[in-house]
Design a protein around this ligand. Structure first.
Ligand code: SF4
Length: 452
């Protein structure tokens, strides 16, 4: 997915400032990398350009996760070369520079993921920065590519797991956790700048701190351990919604459910299960797959009845049999997850999974995907319907002439459904309103604002 640079980040042409056009592709983690690079560039006096044409340089932050994402990245580089000519490539695909050079030998430089310094060095040598301390101001919270009222907060880089369908550890390396105080200071700055919702991301959020042995760091008047539970509790004290993404069901996740029940963090867990058949999970080498998932889900819901569970799954994994797929469908019926995404397995070059079993034919993948989606749609619709008649807190993302669009605590931006809100007084983007839910369809809710 490409993220355009919002127009409110574009400063008027000062005539002399070097201008950089930026393309950000890929997942929220890549978006956070883009924000860091853009923040540094703005701090050094570079300006952002809305178009490649006329800019001094283009930076393309690529995604290399799936072959289709690589193709999209290569196309974006091609467009930038055609429209501008001076192109620096960074991001996941930068870990395999020869793949880029083979197609686009004319790019100026290629750097890998999180190599912020190398990107900046490449920019400096292509277009030297302008030095003007009075114009080089950057908002203290950094430049954000997401709307002002929510922000992604990356707590670690890399991953210690070795899921067989994934090459991220190869691209990004092993887990490196940020000190808790560092994360909290960034979160504090974001909240002070008006952010109302913090989206905690990493490759494996519940493994946070394992690599640094849960080291303590000093924040305000106390020490905070780099532990998933401790960090979640402190983030929850900042007064913003805190939403936890990419959590694996390790046993200690149970403790965080208590924080959700107490309203400290949002009652929302994004747990990418990927499959439910024990044999497929074993071939996938998924973390924490041996835990008794259904019993855990039941216990979580008992402890926190408002809990929303979101997950993603892969169908058509190499060697997936009809019986294994049926196990997945039975799990869906039993688990009754609220929000679910499903991908058809795509062989990623270099992923061990490609050799683990016979490839599932495309038409079988498609047929399983259809059955999966039909099953889940029924479940999601049923769960959404239970909300009709309730009152929900809704954060407003956009406003139209008659109806505003927002999200309840159960909806993460971009991946979940929305709430369509009618209101007798105009709502503002970023405001949190109480909404009486009147109707539900397969994915979304509809209601009227009753409290502001
Ligand atoms: S947990 Fe698995 S899928 Fe996620 S980044 Fe790590 S290796 Fe890849």
């Amino acid at each position: 997915m490409a993220n355009a640079v919002p127009t409110d980040l574009l400063t008027p042409d000062a005539g002399i400032a070097p201008r950089v056009s930026f393309v950000s592709l890929g997942c929220p983690k890549a978006l956070v990398d883009s924000e860091r690079i853009v923040t540094r560039l703005r701090a050094e006096g570079y300006e952002l350009s809305r178009q490649h044409e006329g800019a001094d340089l283009v930076i393309v932050n690529t995604c290399g996760f799936l072959d289709s994402a690589k193709a999209e990245s290569l196309a974006a580089i091609g467009d930038a070369l055609k429209e501008n000519g001076k192109v620096i490539v960074t991001g996941c695909m930068g870990a395999e520079p020869e793949q880029i050079r083979d197609v686009h030998p004319g790019v100026l430089a290629i750097t890998g993921p999180q190599q912020y310094e190398s990107v900046l060095e490449a920019v400096h040598s292509a277009v030297p920065p302008r030095h003007d301390p009075f114009l080089d101001l950057v908002p203290p919270q950094g430049v954000k590519l997401t709307p002002r009222h929510y922000a992604y907060l990356k707590i670690s880089e890399g991953c210690n797991n070795r899921c067989t369908f994934c090459i991220i550890p190869k691209l990004r390396g092993d887990l490196v956790s940020r000190p808790a105080a560092d994360v909290l200071r960034e979160a504090e700055r974001l909240v002070a700048a008006g952010v109302k919702e913090l989206l905690v991301i990493s490759q494996d959020t519940s493994a946070y701190g394992v690599d640094v042995k849960y080291a303590e760091s000093q924040w305000k008047d106390r020490t905070v351990r780099a532990r998933f539970l401790d960090l979640s509790r402190e983030l929850g004290s900042l007064g913003a919604w805190v939403r936890l993404h990419y959590v694996y069901p390790y046993p200690h996740v149970d403790e965080v459910i208590g924080l959700m029940a107490d309203g400290v963090v949002l009652p929302y867990l994004d747990i990418p299960f990927q499959h439910a058949s024990p044999s497929v999970l074993k071939r996938m080498k998924r973390p924490a797959a041996q835990e008794k998932t259904l019993a855990r889900i039941k216990a979580w819901r008992e402890a926190c009845p408002d809990l929303t569970l979101r997950s993603t799954f892969i169908v058509g994994f190499p060697g997936e049999t009809e019986a294994e797929f049926e196990e997945l469908i039975a799990f869906l019926d039993e688990a009754e997850l609220d929000r679910v995404g499903c991908f058809k397995y795509e062989p990623v070059t270099g992923a061990p999974a490609n050799d683990l079993g016979a490839a599932v034919p495309d038409e079988v993948k498609q047929e399983r995907w259809d059955r999966f989606m039909q099953t889940q749609q029924r479940i999601s619709a049923r769960r959404l319907k239970r909300k009709v008649g309730t009152r929900q807190q809704v954060i407003i993302d956009s406003v139209g002439p008659t109806v505003a669009i927002g999200r309840s605590k159960a909806d993460a931006p971009e991946i979940d459904g929305v709430v369509h809100v009618a209101s007798r007084r105009p709502l503002r983007v970023g405001e949190i309103a109480t909404v009486k839910i009147e109707r539900a369809d397969a994915y979304d809710l509809h209601g009227t604002a009753v409290g502001f």
